[in-house]
Unconditional design. Structure first.
Length: 468
C-alpha cells in the first residue's frame, strides 16, 4: 500500500491517466490507418512511417522536455503534453477528408500531425515517470511497474476502443472522440492537479542539484559567519557518507547490460512488426474487416499482458533459469513462429489457414514476455555491475531507465518503419521471414555471451580449487 497524502495520490492518478490516454493515442490508428493510406494511393511504407515516427522521435524530444522542465516545472510539462496529444489526435481525423488524388498533401499532413503528436506524447512520458518517482521515492520501482502496466493496457485498449468507434461513425469519429477525451483530461489536469509542495519536485535532476548547491552554499556562509562571531566550529554541511559519480563507462560496457538493451530493442521491433502490415494482409487474404482485425490486435496484446506479470514473478528467482537462457528459448520460439506465420516462401506453402496465423500470432504474444522481462532483468540488475558501495544507486537506476526507454522506443519506431518498407517491396511473407532471421542472429550473439560466461566461471572455479 502507498503511504501518501491525498495530494500525492491524486497526482499519481493524473500521471496514470495521462499515461493510459497517451498510449491509446499512439496505438489507436493501427487497424484503420492502412486502408485510409491505400485509398490515397500510398502503400505499407507510408503506413509504417506514420505509425513509427511517434516512438522514434520520442527518443529526441525526451531530452528537449527535460530542459524545458527546468523553466516551467514537470507538472506544467505534463499539462502541456496532454493538451498537445489531445489536439493532435483530434486533428488526425481530418486527413480523411483530403481528396484521394492529393497524395502528397495527405502524406505531408499525416506526417506533420504524427510528428507533433510525438512532441506531446514524449512530454507526458517524461513527466509521468519523473513526477511519480519523485512523489514516491521509496516505492519508485513499484510505481514504475504500475505505470508500465497501465501503459500496456492503453496500448491494448487503443485498437479495441477504436474498433467500436469506427463501427459507430467511421475513421473521423475514432480520432475526434479519443482526442476530445484527452483534451478534457488535460483541462481537468490544469484545474485539479495539486500544486507543487517543493521546488525540487518539479525540477529535473540537474536543476534540483543546482537548488541543492545553492542551499548548501548558503548554509556554509551561515556557518562561516557563526565561526567568525565566536560560535561553534564543529558544525558541518557535508554528509557523513559521500556518493561517487555514476560510473557510466562501466555500466555501458557491461556485457549483460548491452545484451539486455539489444534484446529489448529487438523485442519492441518484433512487438510492432505486424502493426503496419497485418490489416492489409487479413483484409486482402482473408476478407476480414477493420473491426475484426482490431480484435486480432487485442488478442496478441492481451496474451502478452497476461503472461508478462507471470514471467515477472519468476524471472530472477533462484529456482528460475538464467535470463540469457530464457532469452534463447524465447528467440527460438519466436523464430519458428515468424517462419510459419508468413509462411516462409522457401517452404513452398502458398497460403495458410486463418486459424494457423492466429495461433502463430498468439505464440508471438506469449513468448514476447520471454524476451521483454529477462532483458529488463539483465539491464536493471545492478548487483552484477559490482559498483562501489559509495555509488549512488538512484542515479545508476535513473541512467539505466533512460537507456532502456531510449532503446525500446527506438526499436518500436524502427520496427514499424522497417516492416512497412520491406513489405512494400517483398510482401508479407518475406517480411516475417526477415524477423526470423533477426531472431537467429540474436540467438548466436546471446549464445556466444553465455558460453563466454560459462568458460570464465569454470576458469575462476579451477583457480580457486588449485589455491585451496
Amino acid at each position: 500500500m502507498l503511504q501518501a497524502t491525498t495530494k500525492d495520490k491524486i497526482s499519481l492518478a493524473f500521471c496514470l491517466l495521462g499515461q493510459f490516454l497517451n498510449c491509446i493515442a499512439i496505438s489507436i490508428p493501427s487497424p484503420f490507418l492502412p486502408r485510409e493510406v491505400e485509398l490515397h494511393g500510398l502503400g505499407s511504407l507510408t503506413t509504417g512511417v506514420m505509425l513509427g515516427v511517434v516512438p522514434f522521435l520520442q527518443c529526441f524530444f525526451n531530452f528537449m522536455w527535460n530542459k524545458i522542465a527546468a523553466t516551467i516545472g514537470m507538472r506544467n510539462v505534463l499539462k502541456t503534453g496532454t493538451m498537445i496529444t489531445g489536439v493532435m489526435t483530434t486533428l488526425f481525423a481530418f486527413i480523411q477528408f483530403i481528396p484521394y488524388d492529393s497524395t502528397l498533401l495527405f502524406a505531408v499532413a499525416g506526417f506533420g500531425v504524427r510528428l507533433l503528436l510525438a512532441v506531446g506524447t514524449s512530454a507526458v512520458f517524461t513527466a509521468t515517470l519523473a513526477l511519480a518517482t519523485t512523489i514516491f521515492p521509496e516505492q519508485s520501482v513499484w510505481v514504475l511497474s504500475l505505470i508500465g502496466a497501465v501503459g500496456g493496457v492503453g496500448m491494448v485498449c487503443g485498437p479495441a476502443v477504436g474498433s467500436g468507434l469506427f463501427m459507430a461513425g467511421g475513421f473521423w469519429l475514432v480520432f475526434v472522440a479519443c482526442g476530445g477525451a484527452i483534451i478534457l483530461v488535460s483541462i481537468a489536469t490544469c484545474i485539479w492537479f495539486p500544486k507543487q509542495n517543493n521546488v525540487a519536485e518539479c525540477l529535473p535532476v540537474d536543476a534540483a542539484a543546482d537548488v541543492a548547491a545553492d542551499v548548501k552554499a548558503n548554509v556554509k556562509a551561515d556557518v562561516a559567519a557563526d565561526v567568525a562571531a565566536g560560535g561553534p566550529a564543529d558544525v558541518t554541511c557535508e554528509p557523513s557518507t559521500s556518493k561517487l559519480p555514476v560510473p557510466y563507462k562501466r555500466i555501458v560496457l557491461d556485457l549483460r547490460t548491452l545484451v539486455g538493451l539489444s534484446v529489448g530493442l529487438f523485442s519492441s521491433s518484433c512487438w510492432v512488426s505486424i502493426d503496419p502490415i497485418l490489416e492489409p494482409e487479413l483484409r486482402n487474404g482473408y476478407n476480414l474487416t477493420e473491426d475484426r482485425t482490431a480484435l486480432v490486435f487485442l488478442l496478441v496484446s492481451g496474451l502478452f499482458i497476461i503472461s508478462a506479470p507471470i514471467a515477472g514473478k519468476l524471472v530472477g528467482k533462484s529456482y528460475c533459469l538464467d535470463s540469457l537462457l530464457l532469452i534463447l528459448i524465447g528467440l527460438g520460439i519466436s523464430a519458428t513462429s515468424f517462419l510459419f506465420i508468413g509462411p516462409c516462401p522457401l517452404f513452398g506453402i502458398h497460403k495458410l489457414q486463418l486459424w494457423t496465423i492466429l495461433v502463430c500470432l498468439s505464440i508471438l504474444g506469449l513468448t514476447n514476455c520471454l524476451l521483454f522481462v529477462p532483458a529488463q532483468n539483465l539491464v536493471f540488475n545492478i548487483e552484477k555491475l559490482n559498483l562501489p558501495d559509495s555509488a549512488d544507486e538512484t542515479l545508476v537506476r535513473g541512467f539505466l531507465s533512460a537507456c532502456w526507454n531510449t532503446a525500446y522506443a527506438f526499436g518500436t519506431g524502427l520496427g514499424m518503419i522497417y516492416s512497412g518498407a520491406v513489405a512494400k517491396y517483398t510482401g508479407w511473407a518475406w517480411t516475417m521471414t526477415s524477423y526470423a532471421g533477426g531472431c537467429v542472429l540474436l540467438i548466436l550473439i546471446v549464445l556466444i555471451v553465455k558460453i563466454r560466461e560459462v568458460i570464465l566461471l569454470r576458469k575462476t572455479s579451477y583457480i580457486m580449487n588449485t589455491q585451496m
